[in-house]
Design a protein around this ligand. Structure first.
Ligand code: ADP
Ligand code: DAR
Length: 376
């Protein structure tokens, strides 16, 4: 049995207290596992061991990993999501179950004094009959893409979702060249080059890039499905406007429509909800975001003040290009609730609206403290 692995983890544990997976690894528990389970757990930890600066430090590699390796993942989920170790997730899109919302549950940013902004809600989903992206080989990745391309035929024929698939797989009939790819990334439609992400590379999730990767885009570019990124699917609705319900309600319908397509069955755990590669996304797989201009809170050119305010509000701040990217030159940042697990979809979108209201108030205070006369 590989004592070296345990010794290496224990050493890294001492050096990297912020790496949740390392901190939740129990050497004695690991040693008592059958060999196959030890190998399965070690694969989940690969990214966090190779990148000890990770915050989460692990990814599931099989849809059943969360249940099969429950003692470890229960600790990881409890520590990251700040929930009890055996908390069970419940999904619920019904805003009428949320107290304190505006009349009729209308989440209108205009009522907060904000102009139309770019709004996006995405949900990670994985098919139950494939390994998760961290354990797929190139053949499986292309098979998944082929399964999705067949399913997309049902969307292409539907006026509410009609569009086309853009493939990055060489030789695929829907293949797009680098110029077209770059245009879709710049439009925030396609995902970034995965083989630039050391966390995803170490997890095996970015392997075989760009084979089996692509995205379906509706004609109005407001409904998008990524294929083969960190999860098998990232299903999202995105549009410029002020009413958060517009993207939230459209995504709910879209998930029901996609989930009913032939050949598609999402991986769902009774305890953990929708299964995702990263434990940070487990349960809802949902990130609801708004690109919000905060020119006063980012006056120093960084998102430090915005993060200091957003963090205690349960909000994450990302750059204008998404995770691991800089803020916009005009001070626009990507704001989204951090929680995904043991929170319902309705609570997430409500938290986004209420968080934006609080951030707007702080931005207005910062503006008042910086009179126009100091503009030059
Ligand atoms: P994910 O949201 O799937 O976790 P990222 O944070 O990397 O992934 O974002 C992926 C892409 O979506 C990036 O191009 C990012 O700019 C874009 N994006 C996220 N939120 C919004 C938004 N509210 N409006 C426009 N684009 C967005
Ligand atoms: N850098 C990894 C990922 C954390 C969450 N982001 C995802 N899943 N895209 C870490 O463990 O910190």
């Amino acid at each position: 049995m590989d004592m070296g692995f345990t010794a290496r983890i224990e050493e890294l544990k001492r050096q990297w207290p912020g790496n949740i997976a390392l901190q939740c690894f129990d050497g004695q528990e690991y040693a008592a596992l059958p060999q196959a389970a030890r190998q399965r757990l070690a694969k989940c930890l690969a990214s966090g061991v190779e990148n000890p600066d990770s915050q989460m430090g692990c990814y599931a590699c099989q849809p059943s990993d969360y249940d099969a390796l429950k003692p470890f993942f229960s600790r990881v989920l409890a520590r990251y999501h700040k929930v009890p170790e055996h908390a069970r997730h419940v999904n619920d899109w019904d805003l009428s179950h949320i107290d304190g919302l505006p009349a009729g549950g209308l989440l209108d940013l205009a009522a907060l004094g904000l102009p139309p902004l770019s709004m996006r809600v995405r949900a990670g989903r994985n098919l139950k009959d494939f390994p998760l992206p961290g354990a797929m080989d190139r053949t499986m990745r292309v098979q998944l893409e082929q399964r999705m391309m067949a399913a997309f035929e049902g969307l292409i024929a539907d006026p509410a979702y009609g569009g086309r698939y853009h493939s990055l797989t060489p030789g695929n009939p829907c293949f797009i060249d680098e110029r077209a790819y770059d245009e879709l990334v710049a439009a925030h439609i396609m995902f970034k080059n995965m083989d630039q992400d050391r966390y995803l590379l170490a997890a095996g999730i970015a392997a075989d890039w760009p084979h089996g990767r692509g995205c379906y885009v509706s004609a109005d570019r407001a409904f998008i499905i990524w294929v083969g990124e960190e999860d098998h699917l990232r299903i999202m609705c995105m549009q410029r406007g002020t009413v958060l319900n517009a993207v939230f309600d459209r995504l709910k319908s879209a998930l029901e429509r996609v989930g009913a397509l032939p050949g598609l069955q999402f991986a769902v755990s009774e305890d953990y909800g929708f299964v995702t590669s990263c434990p940070t996304n487990l349960g809802t797989g949902m990130r609801a975001s708004v690109h919000m201009p905060l020119p006063n809170l980012t006056r120093d050119g960084t998102d430090a003040k915005a993060r200091a305010i957003a963090g205690p509000l349960g909000l994450s701040v990302r750059g204008i290009g998404g995770e691991h990217t800089p803020i916009g030159a005009d001070g626009t940042v990507d704001i989204s609730p951090s929680a995904r697990f043991c929170i319902t979809e309705a609570e997430i979108i409500a938290a986004l609206y209420q968080g934006i209201a609080r951030l707007k108030s702080e931005e207005d205070k910062a503006a008042a403290n910086h009179p126009k006369s100091e503009e030059n």
